[in-house]
Design a binder for this molecule. Sequence first.
Ligand SMILES: Nc1ncnc2c1ncn2[C@@H]1O[C@H](COP(=O)(O)OP(=O)(O)OP(=O)(O)O)[C@@H](O)[C@H]1O
Ligand code: SF4
Ligand SMILES: [Mg+2]
Length: 324
Amino acid sequence: MLLEVRDLHVEFHTRDGVARAVNGVSYGVDAGETLAVLGESGSGKSVTAQAIMGILDIPPGRITGGEVVFQGRDLLKLREDERRRIRGAEMAMIFQDALSSLNPVLTVGDQLGEMFTVHRGMSRKEARARAIELMDRVRIPAARERVRQYPHQFSGGMRQRIMIAMALALEPALIIADEPTTALDVTVQAQVMELLAELQREYHMGLILITHDLGVVADVADRIAVMYAGRIVESAPVHDIYKAPAHPYTRGLLDSIPRLDQKGQELYAIRGLPPNLMNIPPGCAFHPRCPLARDVCRSDEPPLYEVSPTRGSACHFWRECLDE
Ligand SMILES: Nc1ncnc2c1ncn2[C@@H]1O[C@H](COP(=O)(O)OP(=O)(O)OP(=O)(O)O)[C@@H](O)[C@H]1O
Ligand code: SF4
Ligand SMILES: [Mg+2]
């Protein structure tokens, strides 16, 4: 495994109390593999990613347990300067909002070039040439001219391509993309996603793709991890999940995808709201919203049951769910 997160716990200590954002997450990704991480807003997708990258807000955040094993080393045991060296060079992150991630007062050429001057000791001239190469690589037209422009002079889709170029610059082994296309128009979303998937294959990187968009996932992911209230509730190869979910929450998510063949039908939505992380329901955290819930669900927290050697479900009644 390129990256293995084991039993990760993250809390936020705020004036109102302790929010248990990540409660024992385990997932992994191999070189050349794409893991899609799904789940409603607040389920802990980004916080898990931030803990992996070492960019968590500490405080108020606190990692209270677990390991993040990357290329054989537990990153949580490294010093900050060691982590900084890994960030960017060995693992990189792409965010939703390129405009706030890029530096507004530097040209994109200077920002891309900096990756090579700072991390690779190249001359400015060499770095500029590499920046243009990268812009070509992410298919920004007229790269030679546009390398002198500032982030605000690019469209949202082009800016996202620049973010991808920055992430790719040092050829990291792992990229984490946190809703990389959410802020874009639908047609542009598809183009940017396609580009990211293509580059991931070409560079044989591991990719963790955090997204709300189940439509995208079917095309690009190898595996899916579904998060609920800071836990993984189902983890499986993508085809298994689309064939038949083994967790009622996954089923709810799948049923909420708009389908072309069912135009005009009302969209299914999972009833109720995600739990308050300062007061997560006992037993199975999903029980107040689950159509299959019964007494044992309210008292006993389900472990991640082994559905198959490559698949897990944290539902006491996963068999029933599969058969539905
Ligand atoms: N800086 C912070 N301070 C306090 N609490 C935080 C902070 N960041 C995250 N949290 C808590 O962690 C929870 C999970 O946040 P996270 O950003 O991981 O959700 P997410 O699954 O990425 O949601 P979304 O789909 O909206 O991006 C939040 O609901 C919040 O309670
Ligand atoms: S354990 Fe019970 S409440 Fe939780 S998902 Fe399964 S059936 Fe629903
Ligand atoms: Mg998020």
